[in-house]
Ligand binder design. Structure first.
Ligand code: GLN
Length: 522
């Protein structure tokens, strides 16, 4: 199998056996990125071409490719391995990092004009953990501006395309990370998930994506959107790869006040134990109206497959889940309006000069933020303002507590919960871009776990046809939710399910990305 088609675990094994060098693995990925992602492949940090100059077949997963640093790190890993050093389980494996996490020496734009030229002077804890594990960052991936969106169309730097159909969205907000893994531009990626931004793009791109328990992966160096919800997590081609990657980045960090001060769960020990006798709850409220028939059919099939593995399927109610979406769309914008106040033309990034400080501030924010970010700041400022606080923010916070209690009660009855990850398969670029409410509905199944803080995983559950008459077959995800701090449970269910589904993570059909060649690399 070619180096860019392999899973992370495969690559790690071949690297450890010294059948291949980290440098060869990195170069194979850089070659493919240069050919298929619409970047200008020169200099130490390659930049994505402006949206208007992208080829129709370019995925546009990366905003910046840290080519020189990646090659240098690969050489270092190879040298350490040659010297007989014991290296980590994924040492030498490359990865794509969402452009909301800082990395020294590379821009961190958050998909925004506001931070277009901002180069952070420090590494996020996640970036640092990857570096220490010998995992090699290839570059920074495209995203909805400040992680607000479900299609990556809110990026200030052009749309990312879905590798399964380059005329469709990859989901969002971590669309670049999902598309990189699905389009063979990286075997692993890091995304962030505030209301579904890892799980939904994973589902739409046919890859695995996980939102860990809130507080298990450090937010230090993660540019804040909604601090009580933001959580970084892994994308991969297999459940095992995702569990490996989460194992590397999780753990307590004193530099993040919301980091959970407890030992991180062992995600790998029981991974292959199977799910015979496990009780799995189907969430009554997360199906039916609003879910595409193809998604529902795939979900029904998934339940049979889980049953076939010996799990006991029960219907479970999360009575307040239907209020999750409105609560989320008050809480997240409220926190965003506060967090984004720091972009004032003085401290970070863009500055548009004007005669007074106030005018400079207004002109900077008017020029720097895109329409969705402005909408969120206005909604959030309103929801927090005196006279409206009780009716909106406070009320939404109460709903959040009720949802968390629903989960706690459900987990007294069952070991894990399942639902479709998203109500639809990948939709066309531009289809929902002018309709914020239609866009928000993408998150209906993912926000409940976000509000409750519980871990959730999306695993490919096969293909389904959208109801748009296109006749396309596109990926669907199964969402597996586990109790707080029991992330190993969702991985165990996901691993068993994945063996049963045997999903081929290979974009096929008209307008799918060109597959890397299949010859065996030495
Ligand atoms: N789509 C949701 C939103 O726009 C979730 C985003 C996220 O998880 N970062 O807020």
């Amino acid at each position: 199998m070619s180096l860019t088609r392999a899973t992370a675990t495969d690559l790690a094994r071949r690297l450890a056996a010294r059948e291949v060098s980290a440098r060869e693995v990195v170069d194979a990925h850089l070659d493919r990125i240069a050919a298929h992602d619409g970047v200008d492949a020169d200099g130490d940090v390659w930049s994505a071409r402006p949206a208007g100059d992208l080829g129709v077949d370019d995925t546009h997963a990366y905003l910046a490719v840290t080519a020189t640093a990646a090659r240098e790190q690969a050489d270092e890993v190879d040298a350490r391995r040659a010297a007989g050093e014991q290296l980590g389980p994924l040492a030498g494996v490359p990865l794509a990092l969402k452009d909301i996490l800082t990395m020294r020496g590379a821009p961190t734009t958050c998909g925004s004009r506001m931070l277009e030229h901002w180069v952070p002077p420090y590494d996020a804890t996640v970036t640092n953990a990857l570096r220490e594990a010998g995992v090699i960052v290839l570059g920074k991936t495209n995203m909805d501006e400040f992680a607000m969106g479900s299609s990556t169309e809110n990026s200030a730097f052009g749309d990312t395309r879905n590798p399964w159909d380059l005329d469709r969205v990859p989901g969002g907000s971590s669309g670049g990370s999902a598309a990189a893994v699905a389009g063979w531009l990286a075997p692993l990626a890091i995304g962030t998930d505030t209301g579904g931004s890892i799980r939904q793009p994973a589902a739409l791109c046919g890859v695995v994506g996980a939102k860990p328990t809130y507080g298990t992966v450090s937010r230090y160096g993660l540019v804040a959107f909604a601090s009580s919800l933001d959580q970084a997590g892994p994308f991969a081609r297999t459940v095992e790869d995702a569990a490996q990657l989460q194992s590397l980045i999780q753990g307590h960090d004193p530099r993040d006040a919301t980091s959970v001060p407890q030992d991180a769960p062992d995600l790998l020990g029981g991974l292959r134990d199977g799910i015979a006798g496990m009780r799995i709850g189907v969430v009554r409220e997360l199906q039916g109206d609003g879910y595409e028939p193809g998604v529902e059919a795939a979900f029904a099939r998934s339940l049979e497959q889980l049953e076939g593995l010996g799990a006991q399927i029960e219907e479970v109610s999360l009575p307040h889940a239907p209020y999750g979406l409105p609560a989320y769309y008050l809480i997240a914008p409220s926190e965003a309006s506060s967090n984004l106040a720091r972009f004032d033309g003085v401290r970070y990034g863009l500055r548009v000069d004007a005669p007074t400080a106030e005018e400079m501030n207004a002109a900077t924010r008017a020029a720097g933020f895109g329409p969705e970010v402005k909408r969120r700041i206005m909604i959030g400022t309103h929801a927090l303002s005196s006279g409206y606080f009780d009716a909106y923010y406070l009320q939404a916070s109460k709903v959040r507590t009720l949802i968390a209690r629903d989960f706690a009660r459900a987990f007294e009855q069952v070991d894990a919960l399942v639902s479709p990850t998203a109500p639809s398969v990948a939709f066309g670029l531009g289809d929902k871009a002018d309709d914020p409410l239609a866009m928000y509905l993408n998150d209906v199944a993912t926000v409940p776990a976000s509000l409750a803080g519980t871990p959730a995983l999306s695993v490919p559950a096969g293909l389904a046809e959208p109801p748009d008459g296109s006749g396309r077959q596109l990926p669907v995800g199964l969402q597996i939710m586990a109790p707080l701090s029991r992330d190993e449970v969702m991985y165990r269910v996901g691993w068993a399910f994945e063996q049963q589904v045997r999903f081929a993570p290979e974009p096929t059909g008209p307008r799918a990305v060109a597959a890397p060649d299949r010859e065996v690399a030495s």
